[in-house]
Design a protein around this ligand. Structure first.
Ligand SMILES: Nc1ncnc2c1ncn2[C@@H]1O[C@H](COP(=O)(O)OP(=O)(O)OP(=O)(O)O)[C@@H](O)[C@H]1O
Ligand SMILES: [Mg+2]
Length: 239
């Protein structure tokens, strides 16, 4: 489904990355096909954020290749990676708290001018943001801030949306709502790579998933395969 060159959007190969000369993720092999949702599941400190950041140009991998849409992007500056169509939404969200919701959305389109149709799509996906368009981002609830972080990423019309633990700080119900919104976006054709500790939600959304354990991919398969895997069930699903 994904490993043919024609429909592969992201291809990560032999990627290692870390801090102060010491790798914390090792020899990552991962692909995302056009229109797919792919999850990376792993517990605290497994290396999920390090892996995503080194894919998205927020840090340079020490070795390895990141091919996106036919081009090598490993080690490319973050703004160039955004321009290529990869948008990373950090777990911490990094909104501009003193700016209005709509201004935060407009910044997501930068350096392009915000597109009215795009804004409508974001507001259709998250009607709450439209209601609160003039409110300062810093005064939004946790769930609303999560919507804004995703909405802002969508303003640049990404080819690949990369979400780092989008359920961070959310109650179980809000976490479910966040994933329901992502499922809707998927129906619209969006390609998604998501890192998550909330494994049931991630496996429900994703077509395929990878298990990251102590910086290494230890298992991969369809979400159904992983949900049925005894090791995954014991380690991540508490069964
Ligand atoms: N800036 C940094 N400098 C040094 N070590 C770091 C830095 N950031 C992360 N690490 C280390 O790298 C390892 C992987 O961290 P990473 O944040 O990638 O894990 P994670 O899977 O995203 O965890 P979490 O689910 O808690 O977000 C950890 O041991 C962490 O302490
Ligand atoms: Mg993390």
């Amino acid at each position: 489904m994904t490993d043919t060159a024609a429909d592969m959007l992201l291809g990560v190969s032999g990627l290692s990355a870390g801090y102060l000369g010491e790798d914390v993720v090792h020899d990552i092999e991962l692909t995302v096909g056009v229109g797919e949702a792919v999850a990376v599941i792993g517990s605290n400190g497994a290396g999920k954020s390090t892996m995503l950041k080194s894919i998205c140009g927020l840090m340079s991998p020490s070795t390895g290749s990141v091919r996106f849409d036919g081009n090598e992007i490993a080690g490319t500056k973050a703004h160039m990676v955004v321009r290529a169509g990869v948008v990373y939404v950090p777990a911490e969200r990094h909104l501009f708290p003193q700016m209005a919701v709509q201004e935060n959305l407009f910044l997501g389109a930068y350096p392009s001018r915000p597109d009215a149709e795009r804004l409508e799509l974001v507001y259709d996906t998250f009607p709450r943001l439209k209601e609160r368009a003039r409110q300062h981002a810093g005064t939004l609830s946790g769930g609303e801030q999560q919507m804004l972080a995703v909405g802002r990423a969508l303003m640049s019309s990404p080819k690949l949306l990369v979400l780092d633990e989008p359920t961070t700080g959310l109650s179980p119900i809000l976490a479910q709502e966040a994933y329901a919104a992502m499922a809707e976006l998927r129906k619209g054709g969006l390609t998604v790579l998501v890192a998550e500790q909330q494994v049931p939600l991630a496996l429900e959304l994703a077509d395929r998933a990878y298990v990251l354990d102590h910086g290494r991919i230890t298992l991969s398969g369809t979400s159904d395969e992983l949900a049925a895997d005894p090791a995954v069930r014991q380690a991540y699903l508490g069964i």
